[in-house]
Ligand binder design. Structure first.
Ligand code: NAD
Length: 357
């Protein structure tokens, strides 16, 4: 049965996917409480307009701060808690893993504990309508062999299903995997109604400039080197952020407690192919010949690509099998890759002097 969402508590609602989710929740008429620590990754200006609405509130707090979170839950009385809050930048997890352990594991534990205390006070008639939703990643599954290097044809077409065993590679993915195990344990042990979604790489408006897609767009816009790890052959499976947000909404409305849903758009690209695509599409927006900073006679945006030392433990390939969410919940991605990239370029160009917007 489809559930109508009213009071939602959104942690990490000032991050990349969080702001896109807040926009959707507000457009659906939900009362929204955002809890966000406002780290370097947050982008509060992205939801400036939403924050002026009477049905949207922001509490600056760490999800590890049990006292503040407990008070907030009591005041807001959510029927749904969606946990986007995380340290999410893989490179930072390699150079400084401590925050990842704290936020992604301890923070999720604190939320689960408080959510359970809160939900246990609900009457038995209404208790099934509460939901704790954990936003997770396909990176918990580890990686798949690169098709070019793979001899076994069966392996070539393999992708991550909800039954794929966890085998995380980085401190980031290991901390997210730990959090998922906690969420499942709270479901099994305490009966907390939970769902988990494991999504592939997101791109779209409001992503932090350290990430591949905005980094490439901004480097092209400024005619600076576009760094690409290793040989650029690593494969990522991409989904437009608004499609991800719609999928999470579908899970909240119609998903089954205790279930896991993989989210992906069947859009696998080698990093070098994606960067080249962005360069080609950027050319259609700002032709290189008329770029106001092009004094050095750069012929093509792809000339800016610079291969740099590979990331340690760099996963070769991710690939999501989204058939479960498609068949059980009727969610399908609607944004084609090229259109999504153009939309993303337009978003970043509006902030830059050279863009036509
Ligand atoms: N970006 C992707 O491609 C992708 C793909 C799959 C899954 N995910 C998952 O989606 C979620 C959101 O990702 P994102 O890209 O929006 O991340 P992000 O890094 O852009 O945003 C994270 C947000 O969480 C907040 N935050 C960090 N630590 C906190 C803490 N201790 N307490 C409260 N708030 C805290 C930050 O201030 C920020 O606003 C994460 O759980 C991530 O693992 C992301």
């Amino acid at each position: 049965m489809k559930k109508t969402l009213k009071n939602i508590l959104i942690t990490g609602g000032c991050g990349f996917i969080g702001v896109n989710f807040v926009k959707k929740a507000v457009s659906e008429g939900c009362n929204v409480l955002i809890i966000d620590k406002l780290t370097y990754a947050s982008n509060i200006s992205a939801i400036e307009e939403e924050l002026s609405f009477p049905n949207v509130e922001l509490l600056q707090a760490d999800i590890c701060d049990a006292k503040k979170i407990s008070q907030a839950i009591k005041q807001h009385t959510p029927e749904c808690i969606v946990n986007f809050a995380a340290e999410s930048h893989v490179d930072r997890s390699i150079s400084d893993p401590g925050n990842f352990i704290q936020t992604n594991i301890v923070g999720t534990y604190e939320l689960l504990k408080l959510a359970t205390e809160y939900w246990q006070k609900w009457t038995s008639a209404s208790s099934h309508s509460f939901r704790f939703h954990q936003i997770s990643t396909d990176e918990v599954y580890g990686d798949l062999p690169h098709p070019v290097e793979e001899i076994d044809l069966k392996e070539k077409v393999s992708c991550f299903t909800e039954k794929t065993p966890y085998k995380p590679s980085s401190p980031y993915s290991a901390s997210k995997a730990s959090a998922d195990h906690l969420v499942n344990a709270w479901s099994r042990t305490y009966g907390l109604p939970v769902t988990i979604s494991n999504c592939s790489n997101n791109y779209g408006p409001f992503q932090h400039r350290e990430k591949l897609v905005p980094k490439t767009i901004l480097a092209a816009a400024n005619l600076q080197p576009i760094p690409v790890y290793g040989s650029g052959r690593n494969i990522r499976d991409w989904v437009f952020v608004e499609d991800h947000v719609d999928a999470v909404f579908k899970i909240l409305e119609s998903g089954t407690p205790g279930e896991v849903y993989n989210i992906g758009a069947r859009a696998e690209y080698e990093n070098i192919s994606l960067v080249s695509l962005i360069c080609d599409l950027f050319e259609t927006k700002v032709p290189i010949a008329s770029h106001p900073k092009n004094f050095g006679g750069i012929k093509c945006y792809k000339d800016l690509i610079k291969f740099v030392a590979d990331r340690p433990g760099h996963d070769a390939r991710y690939s999501i099998d989204p058939r479960k969410i498609e068949t059980e919940l009727g969610w399908f991605p609607v944004m084609p890759m090229k259109k999504g990239i153009i939309k993303t370029i337009n978003h970043y160009l509006t902030d830059l002097e050279i863009g036509s917007g």
